[in-house]
Write a new protein. Sequence first.
Lengths: 277, 406
Amino acid sequence: MSKTLMTISNVSKSFGDINALRDISLEINSGEVVGLVGSNGAGKTTLLRLMSGVYKPTSGTVCLDDGTPVDKMRQRLGVVPESTGLYSRLTAWENIRYHSRMHGISDKDSWNRTSRFAKHLDMLDSLGRHTKGFSRGMRQKTALLRALAHGPSVLLLDEPTAGLDITSARTVRALVKQLRDEGGTIVYSTHHLAEAEQVCDRIIIIHNGDIQADGSPVDLLNDTDSMNLEEAYVALTQEKARSRNEELDSEGRLTRWWRRLFTPKTPNFVEGDDSSE
Amino acid sequence: MNKGSISRVKAIAKKEVIEFTRDWRTIIAIIVIPILMFPLLFIMFPLLLESEAAELNSIVVEVVVQSEDTPDNLLGQFNASSISITQENLTVSDSLSNPGDDIDRLRSLSIDAILRVEKREDIWYYAIIHISTSESSNEARNRLIEGVTAWENNETQNIIFEQGLEVNSTLNPVRWDGDIAQGDVATQGEQAGMLLSLFIPLVLAVWTFSSAIQPSIDMTAGERERGTLEALLSLPCTRNELLFGKWLGVATITGVGVLLQILGLLFAIGYLASSSIIGIPDLSTEAIILIIASIMLFAIMVVALELALAMRSHSVKEAGSILGPAIILIIFPALFTQVINLDGVENFWFAVPVVNVLLALRELLMDRVIIEHIAIWFGTSLLYALLAAYYAAKQFSREDIVTSLS
């Protein structure tokens, strides 16, 4: 039986009046690839940020296997945010080394792990280059190498194939499969059901801050009596997704009022009325 | 702070400095401009002024002298002044200062100035008509005034002599005895300190604030906008370590900029001292140490405050629009401090934010080490620096710093 590496217990997360996540509970087990699937603004990134300790839960706990809150044991996590977060004036290796040093890993150990995965991702020759000229795919691969360099217990990937060409996306998915085969634990956020089906052992469907389903792709099909995952997803999520902007709008009242003051009202043109010409 | 914490802070600061110095524009802004600013200001600018003055001195100005009876000894005063004189009859009937029909000739710059002279009873009346927006017209006016003054002195001496009086004792009945400079007991070094205290605090304060703006924005709002902050926040470092590392990075960059500017300033002072324009200020060791301490406390406060304000902002643009105008918070107190009389200055001034450090610098540059003042500015500066650091720590612990408007 696989060991539980991370436990999320009754976690809710609010931003002002907006409830981004409501009373979420789940466990991440050792050696599994868990797909977080949901539309834009569903709460995937918020959940990943709670798992990485960037956000603190409004209520509930996110703990690792020894009961330690994640924000106290971040060295056991490897995180690839959606934006990749690379410094363009540093080389790929300098980016990786910077994070490794922050994890307390020696440059030698970091290089050994990095070069091994870099070969697989065909990035070994590019490690000495500044990331400024990197394609989206190369950036994503570098971010993956950076997240793996310190040997994390759990890898958190936020939409790792978003914006990638077909070849790069395949390479990233192949690496994830390789890591799974080596016993790695990965949480993989995506809004592509086909990708989740290919890569993940378990799929969690999040919608409007709630978990709508949690199980293997086969379980989801059986539970919803659907022919494919897309049908299953539609059956599970029928309401419209909320606006992400509304969810994360942290502007002050004065800023918002001032902006609206200088925003003209949208004209309401009536068909056939050419008085505006 | 444990060993791991120190190494993380060092790693953050080192990365910030490396990344920042890889931008050539930064090198120009932080290294080249500070080194060149004072030498250019103190050496090139006076040389430029000198050459412009020499150029103006060499030009021949066109002057019309209008009079019914021009005194010969007046015209004689202009012989050595590179003035081309045309004589005309006086045509104005009322005040000599009324330009009358001559206004067009002056405005079209066909002549530089007009000197009108008229004797009424025993008194000579004169007026100089010129156009103040023309440099050659101003020069012509100055040369005419010089000549007229010399002529007036001659006339005065003649009248005194004709009255049978001794000219020198009549004109100068009260005189300074000896060398005027000897009467000032301040040393040349103290005088230099006084002169430098009028602008060095201002420059140091403004430069410290302005040179910290760009790195502060780049390392906070810039990271937020580029999406690098989220990856950083998921690392095993506390927000305070992150703040301290970034503070160290900005302080290093700003410190190098300020240090280079001081070196440029010392070079310029050294050059001026060799030309006897200004002396080297006399500073005791305590004064030098206290100057460094005051600048450091000021830098701690300013950098922490700028990092906090930049971190509050959702984008680089927003941070720029806050920190750019915020320089007024330094410039106004700095200008205000220049007019405060240091003799008998009230103690409370040494507790006012920004003013306290600037006044401290002024006093110390004049080598005035007053324990009471030091205790107040040191204590309050430390307090303000701690408050700024606390405010910055609060901003860095905000959860929404991971999101960006862009």
